[in-house]
Write a protein that binds this ligand. Sequence first.
Ligand SMILES: C[S@@+](CC[C@H](N)C(=O)[O-])C[C@H]1O[C@@H](n2cnc3c(N)ncnc32)[C@H](O)[C@@H]1O
Length: 298
Amino acid sequence: MTSTEFSTTVATSTANSAFIPAPATAYQEDIARYWDHEARPVNLRLGDVDGLYHHHYGIGDIDHAALGGAEGGTYEKKLIAELHRLESAQAELLLDHLGPVERGDTLVDAGCGRGGSMVMAHQRFGCRVEGVTLSAKQADFANQRARELGIEDHVRARVCNMLDMPFAAGQAAASWNNESSMYVDLHDLFAEHSRILATGGRYVTITGCWNPRYGQPSKWVSQINAHFECNIHSRREYLRAMADNRLVPQAVIDLTQATLPYWELRATSSLVTGIEEAFISSYKDGSFQYLLIAADRI
Ligand SMILES: C[S@@+](CC[C@H](N)C(=O)[O-])C[C@H]1O[C@@H](n2cnc3c(N)ncnc32)[C@H](O)[C@@H]1O
């Protein structure tokens, strides 16, 4: 797609988005406010490492050689770079599961935050990436980063409710939620992804979910919900809501063990937010899981 074609689509979509009320509920207003005011060092200082700003967690083993000893004056800087590397590795894994993506395709990042995953998707596939977030501050931040990188004709964030996205039926070759599905009803969410995805398109989520084998949400899960003002769903709810909305899981990957090193390293840093114990304890007692689910839109 040429940039002129893209501009035409942008103009049309912007006109459409004027009709989309966002946020749609008092709860969504609270969430918009939360993310408008969010400026934790754990997000911003990690993003400063290479300009990819994430609001999600990391996966993979710690590179102890890169960290070096805790005694040196540069340790904190190395630790931040290491946590950031693990967060980008998480996004890379999500992109690995989008299936074949062509340069002319459109991808949708639902709950895009400050846009780190969108930039990575464009850099990998060369395609257009549309993001939606409830937070005007986040959308402005993501668009500013896209301008700085000179990719604003391919990467764009908008303030919009992901349950009511300004995209035509079948417009997206692939779409995803990276740690953003715990803010909405899953049936509503997957119905909307199913609508915007082309038949045969791919949906991917990486999310924390409570484990039905544990029985009910544990005290740790309740603590995480209160901390982030969200509503963590169970693994069972994800699979049921997907099945009800023409999304057929192609891969379900348990990333719980892969994310623990990130949390244990983060808990030793000056960037702690106070929620580290809840994540580590619930991952260890089996009440909470970190999952990737990739599904085909049939
Ligand atoms: C934990 S952040 C994840 C950000 C991003 N996906 C990432 O990986 O960096 C959650 C995001 O979900 C967004 N969000 C929550 N509910 C939403 C809704 N109903 N519509 C659009 N975005 C929503 C928030 O605005 C925020 O950007």
